[in-house]
Design a protein around this ligand. Structure first.
Ligand code: SAM
Ligand code: SF4
Length: 427
């Protein structure tokens, strides 16, 4: 989500203020830091990064420094108090106002701050992407209304708001005409997507997926993230369409009903297992990934063992797993954080080792198979090679001409490495 937002900031300043992007901060007129406050660690990094840029302001007093994203939304004016050399503070919902905030900061030389939540006007104000890759992100909704007890997102990004379907489809058509072949639909909970089209017909994510799949040039679709509660039957049936990648990220957080209740996830493990079993009746070998939080307040050995049992049952292929981090204004931050740090770390390592083991087994089982891969770029390590992703999200490196970038190819998988695969082109 932040990657998408950052690219939109670049598109906007280049289109509307004729700027050029540079990777060298010392030659910049404007430096923007897009921030994440989901856990404490990334939040603290914001201030150390700003501190590194402070001397640039002494060298070039005209330099404008802006902080966007969820830390900006959460901290607002406090950013300026802690780092008075910052000129602009804007939230995820006001990034479209960046050109105006920039003009104000230049004109008045006083801080411009806007971290409000204007309803969805953001998307109608954003320009088309300047640079496109074969695979592109497209945001379909913003915010979250689930209020899990540990999470800052509803506070920093606001409540769920869906983007009108016509706007989404027009953005995707534009991308497809420019050679994009894979679309990643984005939102904190994409399956909470609820919108009316111009004729007043109500659409949910499953309906939107059908419309996206009908667009010429779009050959692969992914979506992230989904909440198990709204992973409904209509969405499961969408997987009958082969354009949906054979991969699903469906975060469960914990395998213990007791912890899920404390997390206010509003469902039990049984529902999660039922959803995956139903999905696997349509796509038997679909890869499933999840987010997990370990060391949630009150998590016992038994609760953690239930998470391990769930991982063994579902055979997750990948995870984004974190130690619980107390976040401001969330109920879980008030709970007694009683699991010792050493034990949290032990649980995290055990969980990650098990999922890596599953992932390795899946990679090994792919050796000798044929995989349809969207070629995305030149390989980083070997410039004679090109690289793309399998449906189940594995990078594959192989010898081939660069003009294949942007096309789907069939590959024969020859080797499985810990973080990638090797292959040769079929025909
Ligand atoms: N909406 C998605 C869902 O419900 O699963 C998740 C979006 S959230 C931005 C991404 C992940 O960050 C969560 O799934 C959770 O695992 C992790 N996360 C959120 N708050 C956290 C906290 N306070 N401590 C540790 N991890 C956290
Ligand atoms: Fe955060 Fe996801 Fe829960 Fe929303 S559903 S509050 S984004 S973890």
């Amino acid at each position: 989500m932040n990657e998408y937002d950052s690219s939109k900031m670049v598109d906007m300043m280049c289109t509307e203020r004729d700027m050029e992007q540079t990777k060298d901060p010392s030659e910049a007129d404007l430096i923007l830091l897009n921030t994440c406050s989901i856990r404490e660690k990334p939040q603290e990094k914001v201030f150390s990064q700003l501190g590194r840029w402070k001397p640039l302001k002494n060298q070039n007093p005209e330099l404008i420094i802006g902080v966007g994203g969820c830390v900006a939304s959460q901290e607002g004016e406090n950013i300026i108090k802690r780092a008075p050399y910052v000129d602009i503070v804007f939230g995820p919902q006001t990034l479209h106002r960046l050109p105006k905030l920039y003009d104000d900061a230049v004109k008045t030389r006083t801080p411009s701050i806007d971290t409000s939540f204007p309803k969805i006007e953001k998307f109608s104000s954003l320009p088309n992407a300047i640079n496109v890759n074969p695979s592109a992100f497209v945001s379909i909704m913003e915010g979250c209304s689930k209020f899990c007890s540990f999470c800052v997102v509803p506070h920093t990004r606001g409540l769920e708001v869906s983007r009108p379907p016509e706007q989404i489809l027009s953005e995707i058509k534009n991308l497809a005409e420019r050679g994009v072949r894979e679309i990643n639909l984005l939102g904190q909970n994409v399956n909470a997507y609820r919108a009316k089209d111009m004729h007043g017909i109500k659409l949910r994510l499953a309906d939107l997926l059908h419309l996206v799949a009908d667009i010429d040039g779009v050959d692969r679709i992914r979506f992230t993230t989904s909440h198990p509660l709204q992973f409904t039957d209509d969405l499961i049936s969408s997987f009958e369409n082969r354009k949906l990648a054979n991969y699903l990220h469906l975060p469960v957080q914990s395998g213990s009903d007791r912890i899920l209740k404390l997390m206010e996830r509003k469902h039990k493990i049984e529902l999660y297992i039922d959803r995956i079993e139903k999905l696997r009746s349509i796509r038997p070998n679909i890869s499933i990934s999840s987010d997990f939080i370990v060391g949630f307040p009150g998590e016992t050995d038994v609760d953690f063992e239930e998470t391990i049992d769930l991982i063994k049952k579902i055979k997750f292929d990948q995870s984004f797993s974190f130690i619980f981090s107390p976040r401001p204004n969330t109920p879980a931050a008030e709970m007694i954080d009683d699991v010792p740090y050493k034990e949290k770390l032990r649980r995290l390592n055990e969980l990650q080792a098990l999922i890596n083991q599953n992932a390795n087994k899946i990679s090994q089982s792919m050796i000798g198979s044929e995989q349809n891969v969207l070629v995305e770029k030149q390989s980083k390590k070997d410039h004679h090679q090109i690289t793309g992703r399998t449906e189940n999200n594995r990078w594959v490196n192989f010898d081939g001409p660069r003009d294949l970038i942007g096309s789907f190819v069939n590959l024969h998988i020859t080797e499985a490495l810990p973080n990638s695969l090797r292959a040769r082109l079929v025909n």
